[in-house]
Design a binder for this molecule. Structure first.
Ligand code: SAM
Ligand code: SF4
Length: 332
């Protein structure tokens, strides 16, 4: 097989974006992501920083240039800034981002910035302490807010806030989150609830759709218009407040899947390559790495995984099969 210089699949999609889960562990237990009682991977199953860096170095040969670290909760992985620095220094890597629940962020924000992290998304579904407890089964709202403010102070701009939208649960949170983000200059993005949860709680009727969120924001805060500089490849549909008060994104994964512009592949904490959030098959990269695979062999595995990528998820069809892996062990 001659090695291509880009990761292009059967549908012409070019993949440059690698999402790396660094742990399946988490310090909270969001109901839409994780079961209350969960058995975590043994530490020896996790790819080491060196193994992750080896894979990333190889993947730059076929055009991977954007990395996002996720989890579980990535900040529970010890010495994460060390990994950030290793990855940010790999020739060909243009930027390294992080998705975090923010609880451990305040004391680490500056170290992450100094290590070369430049993009940060912090997940926060509610500003109400009782609903935070209901959704995450833990306390920690104040630490998340401190983490958000620390990220701003460290220089991250924009700081993006991710909120999962669940019908019958998070409607009262939409406007307060909108106001909070306008006040602090944060970019708010709502994510439609997806069927990757632990307790099989997902039902179509529980998805709070992007258009419903837009209505709530329009009524509660003011009119929004589609952003003029919207990037069609980005998963979020961006809207700007007409009064200039900021931006809101809608990740309408259920009502408006963005599969045809997907440019992502995923590496799980235990070294499995997934070509889709909803993939049913995985490629075992850890075994290859631990058997001493060359960069060529790793690139070949990556190319084969992307070549096998399907057209898109089938949440909206009767054919949909929920993957066995839960969100916390895929990485979102
Ligand atoms: N622990 C980190 C966090 O929460 O930001 C990173 C991992 S988390 C799995 C990544 C993102 O997936 C978070 O923004 C989270 O809210 C989102 N998420 C988790 N389960 C989801 C679901 N069932 N539907 C939609 N988004 C979900
Ligand atoms: Fe943890 Fe993130 Fe999953 Fe919540 S969404 S349980 S913070 S991994």
């Amino acid at each position: 097989m001659t090695m291509p210089d880009r990761l292009i699949d059967r549908f012409g999609r070019v993949h440059n974006n690698l999402r790396i889960s660094v742990t399946d562990r988490c310090n909270i237990r969001c109901v839409y992501c994780m079961p209350e009682n969960v058995e975590f991977l043994p530490k020896t199953s996790l790819l080491s920083f060196e193994e992750i860096a080896q894979f990333v170095r190889a993947s730059t040969r076929v055009g991977i240039n954007k990395i996002r670290l996720t989890g579980g909760e990535p900040l529970v992985r010890r010495n994460l800034p060390v990994l950030v620095e290793q990855l940010a220094n790999i020739p060909g890597i243009k930027d390294v981002g992080l998705t975090t629940n923010g609880i451990l962020l305040a004391p680490m924000a500056q170290a992450l910035w100094d290590a070369g992290l430049r993009r940060i998304n912090i997940s926060l579904d509610t500003l109400d302490a009782d609903r935070f407890l209901e959704l995450t089964r833990r306390t920690g709202l104040e630490q998340v807010i401190e983490g958000i403010l620390a990220a701003k102070a460290a220089g991250f701009d924009p700081v993006k806030i991710n909120a999962v939208a669940i019908k019958g649960v998070t409607e009262p949170d939409v406007v307060p989150l909108g106001e909070f983000c306008r006040k602090h200059g944060l970019e708010l993005r709502f994510i439609e609830y997806m069927p990757l949860d632990a307790g099989n709680l997902w039902e179509r009727d529980k998805v709070l759709y992007a258009h419903e969120i837009l209505d709530l924001l329009t009524q509660g805060i003011g009119p929004l218009a589609p952003a003029a500089d919207h990037d069609p490849k980005a998963p979020a549909l961006d809207y700007d407040y007409v009064d200039g008060g900021g931006r809101v994104g809608m990740i309408a994964s259920v009502s408006r899947p963005f599969c045809m512009s997907c440019n992502r592949v995923r590496l799980t904490a235990d070294g499995k390559l997934r070509n889709c959030l909803f993939a049913l098959d995985e490629t075992d990269v850890r075994t290859l790495i631990r058997a001493g695979a060359s960069d060529d062999e790793l690139v070949r595995a990556l190319c084969e995984s992307v070549a096998a990528k399907w057209e898109g998820h089938e949440i909206n069809t009767a054919r949909f099969i929920k993957p066995e892996r839960l969100m916390h062990s895929i990485g979102g």
